[in-house]
Design a protein around this ligand. Structure first.
Ligand SMILES: [Mg+2]
Length: 360
């Protein structure tokens, strides 16, 4: 039997504009593209490591190197659960690296079966239920934030996600929201503080944000905050509270199930599509709302998440839209509405920017 062959390469994804969140500002994302080859078919996956999730480009490359030199992937591209179990036994956490393998296996097995991932997962027919994605407004000067807001509205986005939790304090955060409201008085807004507030600041902000008709707050307090701190914020906030960085995999939801209103699923946090589905099922079992989010990722990672999008209440899948050099064509986005191609696997193809064509 032929073996599944793993290869990988670094990808520098440039953003159209610098992108700021409470952890810092970046103008590129260093991701890793994974290729799994079997019987002349190639499946793609992407790792988008984040230091605040405990991974760097070096940790991902080291793991991929080790896996490529071992027989861990075996000879059956449909043995995704078994391979994921082996990766979890090999090393704990490191979910971005595991995500790249899981997604590439889904792409590969879908191509071999001539079915899209949505069809393989039994999600056909749900696409009309897919929520609109928001567009993220990163931290910046007030002037640039206003410009980005106005550009996003011109492009037809009806929902904006605003980054908060600045080092300048909550008065500056309030100023950001007021400025956005000048340009976008009726647009649906949601806020992501990326853990930048104390519980008391979060409660103060929640009242201000409720007045500003903000829909909900994502990760108001630090990722390692206690369940009691989350419960304190939730009980005193007039708007919904979501946990993102605090919940990586399905098992993490249990600790906060009574302390938040919703959770954010990202394939980079769960380690791929299989665990992503489990995460969503666990959230539903705990009566929580679900947002599907992303990192700065190309259309490879975004399209993978889009296959699960009909299962979410809210979407933040704009990662590829922020890029100047997306190496793939995949799910398209028009005025916030994502559309998947009914093609085998992920339904992505390399663009001329990928540098892949010569190697295929
Ligand atoms: Mg977030």
């Amino acid at each position: 039997m032929p073996q599944i062959k793993l290869s990988f390469e670094k990808q520098i994804l440039k953003t159209k504009m610098p992108f700021g969140i409470s952890y810092g500002t970046k103008s590129d994302a260093k991701n890793i593209l994974v290729k799994l080859t079997y019987e002349n078919m190639t499946g793609y996956g992407e790792a988008a490591p984040a230091p605040y999730h405990g991974e760097t480009i070096d940790t991902v490359m080291a793991l991929l190197q080790a896996w490529s030199e071992s027989d861990i992937l075996g000879d059956d591209p449909f043995a995704i659960s078994e391979i994921n179990q082996k990766l979890d036994k090999f090393i704990s956490e490191n979910y971005a690296a595991k995500c790249a393998i899981d997604v590439a296996l889904h792409d590969l097995s879908g191509k071999l079966a001539n079915l899209s991932i949505s069809k393989m997962l039994g999600l056909s027919g749900l696409q009309t239920q897919m929520p609109q994605t928001d567009f993220t407004i990163g931290l910046d000067t007030i002037e640039i934030i206003k410009q980005k807001t106005s550009d996003a509205i011109k492009e037809g986005f009806q929902i904006l996600k605003v980054k908060q939790g600045t080092a300048n304090g909550i008065e500056y955060d309030k100023q950001i929201i007021r400025s956005i409201r000048e340009v976008a008085p009726n647009t649906t807004l949601r806020v992501d503080a990326n853990g930048g507030w104390t519980p008391k600041q979060a409660v103060l902000m929640s009242h201000f944000l409720a007045e500003q008709k903000v829909q909900y707050i994502e990760q108001p307090i630090h990722k390692h905050s206690s369940a009691q701190d989350f419960k304190y914020v939730k009980d005193h906030s007039p708007i919904a509270i979501f946990a993102d960085e605090s919940v990586m995999r399905a098992k993490d939801i249990i600790r906060l199930a009574d302390c938040v209103d919703g959770v954010v699923m990202k394939l980079t946090k769960t380690g791929g599509i299989q665990e992503g589905l489990k995460f969503i099922q666990m959230a539903r079992a705990c009566d929580l709302e679900v947002m599907i989010g992303c990192m700065l990722e190309s259309s490879c990672g975004i399209t993978a998440a889009a296959h699960l999008a009909p299962l979410a209440d809210y979407l933040d899948l704009d990662g590829a839209l922020l890029l100047a050099n997306d190496p793939f064509n995949g799910a398209t986005c028009k005025s916030g509405l994502l559309e998947l191609k009914d093609a085998p696997g992920l339904g992505i193809s390399p663009t001329s920017l990928s540098g892949l064509e010569s190697k295929l």
